[in-house]
Design a protein around this ligand. Structure first.
Ligand SMILES: Cc1cc2nc3c(=O)[nH]c(=O)nc-3n(C[C@H](O)[C@H](O)[C@H](O)COP(=O)(O)OP(=O)(O)OC[C@H]3O[C@@H](n4cnc5c(N)ncnc54)[C@H](O)[C@@H]3O)c2cc1C
Length: 374
């Protein structure tokens, strides 16, 4: 790290040297296509009564499910416990159903268990290869819909979640031995990060820096040195280990209607499934493309970057918001050199029948442009 000197008494801007990752064909691993569950307006965090059932909805977090997950679970669980129905839950062995075993369903169970509830059953159509496993891992409340009226709550939830991951990163969480670490997070601007509401509460202020890629290319960026990388695959493992330790039954089953379940209290954490299950047309799938990296130099991968490139059209004529991001994701069973995930695309209404596969090449091109590689 160096600092450039200043002639007009403005604070000197630090220059940081970053070695770009290897992104030649031999260094590209699995190409992943997956779908963010995004509810227009904001995630559905609410408690409603439907016939004889009490439904606590917790879905629609878009590209920020991991950023918000632990806080969102705590918020919705408190909403139910403090509601008119809360008295019925004073008996901690009241039967509770959770629909969904993505991060939202599992964090919901985690928080309920920590509050002493013991009679929890999770129902999930799918347990593996979920968006929750594939997600990149940047802690930043971006790539979602933020209704102005909900912003203060979303900030509060995100700050709560930051504290949770900070505890894991600092080895202070007895339940999670791994899954989060602190790394510098670089963005084009403070606004692009969504993290300004966290500054002064849980994070330090961002700094202006120049990134020097050692090949003649430099970029003016801002950095939060206390950024959090969430290793989503490892965190899913830790959550499942916790469920096993607490003998929580996970039943693989698609639920078609809340009335199918015997339990009166139901947490709906079904992500994209809520479009049907909660009859919610405001919930849309947002397609994302990711490329895993392999054979990297791990010491060179201790940072995260997110820059936006703007809007375009895919080869299937769908609107796409393109960005370039890079996070140090490492899958549990891979070689220590197989580290890094690159993205990304944001294609609202994207579906598996329109995979927009050329976007993978566009991501690689975006990475080359960003780092000044030929
Ligand atoms: C490309 C990409 C990159 C991302 N990167 C990040 C990131 O860097 N940071 C971040 O914070 N977030 C990121 N996300 C967002 C994050 O992955 C999602 O917000 C999160 O996974 C949503 O979790 P979930 O539990 O709601 O849904 P899911 O993981 O989809 O889980 C839903 C669960 O509900 C079950 N289900 C659905 N319908 C039914 C039904 N009818 N009956 C029974 N079970 C049902 C499913 O089988 C599954 O078990 C990213 C997402 C994508 C796609």
């Amino acid at each position: 790290m160096t600092s450039s000197s200043s002639v007009d008494n403005k604070p000197a801007i630090e220059t940081r040297r970053i070695s770009p990752p290897n992104i030649g064909e031999a260094y590209l691993g699995e190409r992943i296509l997956c779908y963010r569950p995004m509810k227009h307006g904001s995630p559905n965090l609410s408690v409603v009564q439907e016939g004889g059932k009490v439904i606590a909805h917790n879905y629609g977090h878009g590209g920020s499910g991991w950023t918000l997950g632990p806080g969102s679970a705590k918020y919705v669980n408190s909403l139910l416990i403090n509601s008119d129905f809360g008295a019925e839950l004073s008996n901690k062995s009241t039967p509770i159903a959770i629909i969904g075993a993505g991060l939202i369903g599992l964090f919901t169970a985690y928080d309920l268990i920590n509050r002493g509830f013991s009679n929890i059953t999770i129902y999930a159509e799918q347990l593996k290869t979920l968006p929750s496993h594939y997600a990149g891992g940047l802690l930043a409340p971006v790539s979602m819909d933020n209704d102005h009226a909900m912003q203060a709550i979303i900030d509060e939830i995100g700050i709560e979640a930051y504290r949770f991951y900070d505890g894991i990163a600092n080895n202070q969480n007895a339940d999670f031995k791994k899954g989060a670490r602190k790394v510098p997070s670089y963005f084009s601007s403070r606004d692009d990060s969504g993290l300004e509401p966290y500054v002064g509460k849980v994070m330090g202020p961002a700094k202006d820096v120049i990134l020097d890629f050692g090949n003649g290319t430099t970029r003016a960026m801002v950095v939060y040195d206390d950024g959090v990388f969430m290793n989503t695959a490892l965190l899913m493992e830790e959550l499942h280990t916790f469920m096993k330790r607490h003998h929580i039954e996970i039943i693989q089953q698609k639920i078609h209607s809340f009335n199918e379940l015997n339990q009166r209290f139901i947490f709906n954490c079904s992500g994209l499934g809520s479009r049907e299950l909660a009859n919610d047309p405001a919930l849309v799938p947002v397609q994302g493309h990711l490329i895993m990296l392999k054979n990297q130099i791990p010491e060179n991968m201790n940072y995260m970057i997110l820059v936006y490139f703007g809007e375009g059209k895919t080869e299937m004529d769908q609107k796409v918001e393109r960005s370039f991001y890079l996070f140090p994701k490492h899958l549990p069973d891979s070689s220590p050199q197989d580290i890094g995930v690159m993205g990304g695309t944001f294609i609202e209404g994207g579906s598996p029948d329109k995979p927009n596969l050329k976007e993978f090449d566009t991501i690689v091109q975006g990475a080359k442009t960003f780092f000044g590689l030929s």
